[in-house]
Ligand binder design. Structure first.
Ligand SMILES: *[C@@H]1O[C@H](CO)[C@@H](O)[C@H](O)[C@H]1NC(C)=O
Ligand SMILES: *[C@@H]1O[C@H](CO)[C@@H](O)[C@H](O)[C@H]1NC(C)=O
Ligand SMILES: *[C@@H]1O[C@H](CO)[C@@H](O)[C@H](O)[C@H]1NC(C)=O
Ligand SMILES: *[C@@H]1O[C@H](CO)[C@@H](O)[C@H](O)[C@H]1NC(C)=O
Ligand SMILES: *[C@@H]1O[C@H](CO)[C@@H](O)[C@H](O)[C@H]1NC(C)=O
Ligand SMILES: *[C@@H]1O[C@H](CO)[C@@H](O)[C@H](O)[C@H]1NC(C)=O
Ligand SMILES: *[C@@H]1O[C@H](CO)[C@@H](O)[C@H](O)[C@H]1NC(C)=O
Ligand SMILES: *[C@@H]1O[C@H](CO)[C@@H](O)[C@H](O)[C@H]1NC(C)=O
Ligand SMILES: *[C@@H]1O[C@H](CO)[C@@H](O)[C@H](O)[C@H]1NC(C)=O
Length: 386
């Protein structure tokens, strides 16, 4: 029989402990319980993460994270988040110190990576986004951190977690394999005039076997003017080959969001290349979403440039199945591919989408659709190729 030993903090300098195994067994790291210090809790959280297999953040605890969290290259870790992890909105600090992703102009508070990692417990990740949205309103070049980035990781489960008020996107999977999100509740609500803009739920980059299921996204404000700049786009950078493969998003509810089920890749001169393959969007319920169903492979502004430089990010084996709900405007689905057969095997099944008033419109170009919802689309426009 093995006993776990819990020592709770008696002073601010000690708030977790290693559990010791009983005599005769090798000493195994055990459970560690974290308490807040009143200052920056990041160093303590990092220490606990290194020392322990399971880190418990109790329900009554809010960790104040004021410096970045590098939790990469680890094995067999369980963060049992019952309380809250809140990212202190010290904008000058994060602007200089957020982990940056040079290939897509993004920063993040937290990178979590390695093998066999679990984050669960019913608690909350709080991005304290209000300060960021307000600052962004007067500084559009401000980089706003992603809350959680699963970074170079395999066999990751993120389950039963609420994520609120991210400065920008909530989640990025960057070079991940077998990463599952289950029962995630995402909420971004601005209490000022400044929208919670670009608060996408997930982004996935160079990853395989990513599953997102049973999750709810509510971008509290109506983001009618959803901005594209800063959004992740596949095939954006010259010389980079982007891969997104084997991704399933299932049982998702979204309301008042910019984009629903979306794949976006760049076209035009001087951009990159890549492949998006075997991506399934299934059982979506959307409400007041600007763009409920999207493939954007055209970088739309200029058809001439697109004809000359079609996207080199090929999109294939995509399924949109059981997609229901309402858009914010008349268009409910837009599947726009580059000329020259850059999209293939795009299947649309069981759409029940409507516009708030009047008929719902569907549009498409340079793509052949299959499935029982294909009839909802007009004959897809074919644009010139060079
Ligand atoms: C979090 O920690 C930082 C750095 O010590 C401090 O400035 C800030 O006031 C703390 N925030 C809260 C809510 O305790
Ligand atoms: C994170 O920490 C690991 C191990 O210390 C280090 O090798 C890596 O470079 C760090 N990553 C970043 C992005 O700073
Ligand atoms: C997009 O945002 C970046 C910084 O995030 C800024 O440098 C750039 O000028 C913006 N581009 C446009 C077209 O607004
Ligand atoms: C806007 O944000 C950028 C990036 O953080 C920063 O370098 C710049 O100084 C800010 N501009 C203003 C006017 O605050
Ligand atoms: C995927 O990761 C989970 C842990 O989240 C693990 O239980 C499962 O065995 C992994 N699947 C594969 C095929 O490795
Ligand atoms: C996607 O899954 C298939 C089938 O399991 C596998 O053969 C393929 O290697 C996976 N793709 C990537 C990029 O790992
Ligand atoms: C497609 O991706 C899913 C995971 O989302 C995986 O289970 C399946 O094996 C993949 N199929 C192929 C043909 O690669
Ligand atoms: C199209 O691509 C160019 C770079 O090739 C970029 O500057 C521009 O912002 C993109 N436009 C859209 C609408 O994405
Ligand atoms: C399209 O964009 C290219 C450069 O990207 C520009 O040279 C051309 O004039 C544009 N054409 C139109 C019709 O706007």
């Amino acid at each position: 029989m093995r006993f776990s030993l819990f020592l709770l903090a008696l002073s601010s300098s000690l708030s977790f402990s290693l559990a010791t195994a009983s005599k005769g067994n090798p000493v195994l790291p055990g459970n560690c319980v974290l308490a807040a210090t009143g200052g920056d809790d990041a160093p303590r959280f990092l220490n606990a993460f290194q020392a322990c297999n399971e880190i418990i953040i109790p329900k009554s605890t809010t960790l104040n994270i004021s410096t970045r969290l590098n939790m990469t290259g680890v094995h067999n870790k369980h963060i049992n988040l019952q309380g809250t992890i809140r990212f202190n909105p010290d904008i000058p600090y994060w602007s200089g110190n957020g982990f940056s992703f040079p290939f897509q102009t993004q920063i993040t508070f937290w990178i979590l990576g390695g093998k066999n990692i679990r984050l669960d417990g019913g608690g909350t990740l709080d991005g304290a986004g209000q300060d960021w949205w307000d600052a962004f309103a007067s500084n559009s070049s401000l980089l706003r951190p992603i809350i959680l980035t699963i970074f170079q990781a395999s066999d990751v489960l993120v389950k039963d977690i609420a994520m609120i008020n991210s400065p920008e996107w909530f989640n990025l999977v960057n070079e991940g394999k077998n990463v599952t999100y289950d029962n995630i509740h995402i909420d971004a609500v601005s209490t000022s005039d400044h929208k919670a803009s670009n608060t996408d739920g997930w982004d996935v980059y160079r990853s395989d076997q990513v599953v997102i299921k049973n999750s709810v996204i509510n971008n509290g404000d109506d983001c009618v003017s959803f901005k594209c700049n800063g959004s992740h786009s596949l095939g954006q950078f010259p010389g980079m080959f982007d891969i997104v493969e084997n991704v399933t998003s299932r049982n998702i509810q979204m309301s008042n969001a910019g984009n629903g089920a979306r794949i976006k890749a760049w076209a035009g001169p001087n951009v990159g290349s890549g492949i998006v393959k075997n991506v399934t969007f299934e059982n979506f319920i959307e409400s007041n979403v600007d763009n409920p169903v999207v493939i954007d492979q055209v970088n739309m502004t200029n058809a001439t440039a697109c004809a000359q430089f079609p996207s080199n990010t090929f999109i294939q084996d995509i399924v949109f199945r059981n997609i229901a709900g309402t858009s914010s405007g008349s268009q409910v689905a837009n599947l726009a591919c580059s000329p020259d057969g850059r999209c293939s095997n795009i299947d649309v099944e069981n759409f029940e989408l409507s516009a708030p008033t009047g008929p719902a419109t569907y549009s498409c170009q340079n793509v052949e659709l299959t499935g029982n919802a294909a009839d909802l689309f007009p004959v897809c426009a074919v644009t010139g190729s060079s």
